[in-house]
Design a protein around this ligand. Structure first.
Ligand SMILES: NC(=O)c1ccc[n+]([C@@H]2O[C@H](COP(=O)([O-])OP(=O)(O)OC[C@H]3O[C@@H](n4cnc5c(N)ncnc54)[C@H](OP(=O)(O)O)[C@@H]3O)[C@@H](O)[C@H]2O)c1
Length: 410
């Protein structure tokens, strides 16, 4: 599978990304952060597209990630083992903190480490020391040029989700789970520019970190989790159903398998053979994608398939879903938009005519925390990279055959 914004990058860009971007620009005037809101509709609706240059931020220098290691800002330099997550790097340069942004449009080589000074949190804001950052394919699309190449948008901050410790709170800093205090261990989701050592975020983005997850896992819980929850809700997957999940070893797929199994469904999931053991461990019947897929699914699910989730956007995923599932209201895609619309199935995300699932995704955040704390859900981390090696992390993401989350460690 070629790595793309699903199969329909041009479509998604042209039809549903730009309206959100322009709305965000109008809201924020000089905002430099342009993020695709497809990752979570209410992210944009709530005005959380925080610019890189708010009054409390000042970017002061830029260093290329292509620089040799000892040229990289010391606060972003890779450290061995647990120290990466210990918070010990903070304050290497007094008052300064590092973040990753694209200083040009293009591939991962466009990413650079920049420094800024973070101010104190204002009303309804929270500052945190970041211990781990969740990466998503969409992060690379932000700076790819697929959404335009207006240099006024540079440097372009990237990232949506992270986990860390609260270091300061402004007045009335109340999150979805209640008041937020210094020292709280949290997940931030819909946290624009999350590729950073430290962040200022709206309290509404702050969720409790489940004690059952380490920092790296916690950073990768939300985006894939809310998307999988939405897909299962849209197709009404429940006890007694058999659901076919295309792309079961991906970040969204791993969440969808666990959540579907937790609802009492039988899950048949596709992956390359190397990931079949993982799928079985998660509770799915693994099948290989590729020619003959429909027959392999029939063999795995002799009683038939009630619902299907396309999490990869390939023609094969849609064709097999249409062949095996009688009710098109029980087929959903998160990645094959144009074909999805044409086939009359559920198209999930932010696009004209698509189901943005804002209410479902909102409600899913605390439910994901609850399920994880109850031991019913976990996050699989494929690989970690130092924050300063975000470009290498993105190259891995774009490979398209990962099994779980790719995490950055400041
Ligand atoms: N609409 C939304 O709200 C929304 C939200 C999040 C993500 N997305 C999109 O959804 C897609 C999946 O995201 P993700 O984060 O789960 O990606 P991911 O973690 O990179 O996973 C992609 C998975 O696709 C599998 N794969 C590759 N080629 C395949 C093929 N031909 N058939 C079936 N599976 C194949 C890979 O499995 P193997 O390694 O086993 O090959 C890999 O595990 C992306 O296109 C992303 O942009 C949409």
């Amino acid at each position: 599978m070629s790595r793309s914004f699903g199969k329909d990058a041009g479509y998604t860009v042209g039809l549903f990304f730009l309206p959100w971007v322009f709305a965000s620009m109008l809201s924020y005037g000089q905002a430099r952060y342009w993020g695709p809101s497809y990752v979570d509709p209410s992210f944009a609706q709530r005005g959380y597209l925080q610019p890189a240059t708010t009054s409390s931020r000042t970017a002061s220098s830029t260093r290329s990630l292509a620089a040799t290691r000892d040229q990289v800002h010391p606060a972003a330099a890779p450290k061995a083992g647990r120290e990466r997550n210990s918070g010990a790097l903070r304050g290497v340069v007094a008052g300064m903190t590092s973040y990753v942004a694209a200083t040009a449009f293009g591939g991962p080589e466009a990413l650079s480490v920049l420094n800024e000074t973070l101010g104190e949190p204002g009303p309804g804001e929270v500052r945190l020391r970041v211990h781990a950052v969740g990466t998503n394919l969409v992060d690379s699309k932000v700076y790819s040029g697929a959404y335009g190449r207006d240099v006024a948008r540079l440097p372009l901050r990237i990232g949506y989700e992270a986990a860390g410790t609260v270091t300061a709170v402004g007045p009335e800093a109340v999150g979805p789970a209640g008041p937020i205090s210094v020292g709280d261990e949290v997940i931030v989701f819909r946290a624009p520019g999350a590729y950073a050592e430290e962040l200022l975020v709206p309290a509404g983005a702050v969720l409790p970190k489940p004690a059952t997850l380490d920092w790296n896992q916690a950073a990768g819980l939300m985006l894939t989790g809310v998307t999988a929850t939405h897909a299962l809700a849209a197709t009404a997957v429940g006890a007694g159903d058999t659901v076919l999940i295309h792309g079961g070893a991906g970040g969204v797929g791993i969440m969808a398998i666990q959540l579907a199994a937790g609802r009492g469904a039988t899950v048949v999931a596709t992956a390359s053979p190397a990931n079949h053991a993982l799928l079985a461990e998660l509770g799915a019947i693994p099948v290989a994608y590729g020619p003959g897929l429909a027959d392999r699914v029939r063999a795995a699910a002799p009683g038939g398939v009630d619902a299907a989730l396309d999490l990869v956007g390939t023609d094969e995923a849609l064709d097999v879903s249409l062949e095996l599932v009688a009710d098109r209201d029980r087929i959903a895609t998160i990645a094959g938009f144009s074909r999805g619309f044409g086939a009359g199935i559920k198209v999930l995300g932010v696009a004209p005519g698509a189901d943005n699932g804002a209410a479902i995704r909102d409600a899913a955040r605390l439910e994901l925390v609850r399920l994880t704390e109850a031991g019913a859900l976990t996050v699989h981390v494929q690989q970690t990279f130092p924050l300063a090696e975000a470009a290498a992390a993105h190259r891995l993401l774009m490979d398209g055959h990962g099994a779980g989350k790719v995490i950055l460690v400041p």
